[in-house]
Design a protein around this ligand. Structure first.
Ligand code: NAD
Length: 273
C-alpha cells in the first residue's frame, strides 16, 4: 500500500504526521508522494481541500482519508487518537478490497471558464465555486441549459457540490444535499430584489447533464473562488458549471453515514443516539 500524508502545518498536525510515518513503516506501508493509493490529510477540512487539489489529476487511482486535529470535520472525520487504528486498517485492507459503506464516491463540479481573446481554463471543485464582485455589485446573466434564466445583481453566486452543500452553501440558506444525488446547487449571495431587479431568490439544484452558464457583464473586477483557491479576474466572459465526470473517493474503513456527520458537525454528536 502506497500512501502520502499532507498536514496543516501546525505543531499537532506535524507531530501526528511524524507518528503516522513511523507507524506506517512498522506496518510496511510505503510512502509515495507522487503516486499514492491513499492520501491522508491531517488537520481540518481545509487541509483536505488542499490534498484534493494537489492530487486532483489522479482521482481515478487515489482514495482520501481525513484526520482532524480540531473539531470534527466533514472530510476530516478520524480523531487524532485513532491514528494507530487507521494504520492497522490500512495495512490489513487494500483500497480495492474495501467495499460497501466503507468507501464513498462524491460528485464534483466541473468549471469551464472563458476569458476574453478566446482563452479558457478548466477547474474541478470539491466544495464549491463562488463568483463575487471586487468593486461592488456583480451583474451577470444566468442561463440554464442554454436558455436565459435570470439577470443577477448582488454580492455573488455560489455553486456547490452535494458534499460542499454543508459548507458555504449552508451559510447562504441553501439546502443540504446527500452526496448520492449527483447534482450541483446554485445559491445567491445577497441578491438585489426590488421592482426593477428580480432573481428567483431560492437556491436551485440541477441534476447531472444539466448546466449553468454565468455570463459576466464586461470589464467587471471579479473574485472567483474554487474551494480555498482565489482567482482574481478582470476579463471573464462566462463560466459553465456542471456535475463533473470524475468523482472523489473517500475510504472510511468504518461506516460514517452522511447524516450522522451533519448531526455531529451542526447539532452535536451524541453516541447514544
Ligand atoms: P476554513 O478552514 O476557514 O474553513 C471554513 C470552515 O468551513 C471550517 O470550519 C471547515 O470545517 C468548514 N468546511 C469546509 N468544508 C466543509 C464542508 N464540506 N462541510 C461543512 N463544513 C465545511 O477555510 P478554508 O480552509 O479556506 O476552506 C475553504 C472553505 O471555507 C470553502 O470551501 C467554503 O466552503 C468555506 N467558507 C465558508 C464561508 C461561510 O460559511 N460563510 C465563507 C467562506 C468560505
Amino acid at each position: 500500500m502506497k500512501y502520502a500524508v499532507l498536514h496543516r502545518g501546525d505543531e499537532l498536525s506535524k507531530q501526528l504526521s511524524d507518528k503516522f510515518h513511523q507507524l506506517a513503516s512498522e506496518h510496511r506501508l510505503v510512502q509515495d508522494d507522487v503516486q499514492p493509493e491513499i492520501v491522508i490529510s491531517i488537520g481540518g477540512d481545509g487541509t483536505m481541500l488542499q490534498a484534493f487539489h494537489r492530487y486532483m489529476n489522479q482521482l481515478d487511482s487515489i482514495a482520501f482519508v481525513g484526520v482532524h486535529t480540531g473539531h470534527l470535520g466533514f472530510y476530516a472525520d478520524w480523531k487524532a487518537n485513532e491514528i494507530e487504528l487507521l494504520v492497522k486498517l490500512m495495512s490489513e485492507h487494500a483500497v480495492k478490497d474495501v467495499i460497501g459503506p466503507r468507501i464513498v464516491k462524491y460528485p464534483l463540479i466541473e468549471l469551464s471558464i472563458n476569458l476574453d481573446e478566446g482563452i479558457s481554463r478548466s477547474y474541478i471543485a470539491l466544495n464549491e465555486f463562488t463568483i463575487k464582485g471586487v468593486d461592488g455589485t456583480v451583474v451577470a446573466q444566468i442561463d440554464i441549459n442554454d436558455q436565459l434564466f435570470e439577470m443577477f445583481r448582488g454580492d455573488g453566486i455560489c455553486i456547490s457540490t452535494p458534499s460542499g452543500s454543508t459548507a458555504y452553501n449552508k451559510s447562504l440558506g441553501g439546502a443540504m444535499v446527500h452526496p448520492s444525488i449527483e447534482s450541483i446547487q446554485l445559491a445567491e449571495i445577497a441578491s438585489i430584489n426590488n421592482r426593477v431587479f428580480r432573481t428567483l431568490g431560492s437556491s436551485i439544484v440541477l441534476p447531472k447533464h444539466h448546466h449553468f452558464d454565468i455570463y459576466s457583464r464586461k470589464q467587471q473586477r471579479l473574485l472567483l473562488t474554487i474551494d480555498h483557491i482565489n482567482v482574481p479576474l478582470e476579463n471573464l466572459q462566462s463560466v459553465r458549471c456542471q456535475v463533473a465526470h470524475q468523482k472523489v473517493t473517500f475510504v472510511r474503513y468504518r461506516p460514517f453515514p452522511f447524516w450522522n456527520r451533519v448531526r455531529g458537525a451542526f447539532l452535536g454528536y451524541d453516541e447514544q443516539l
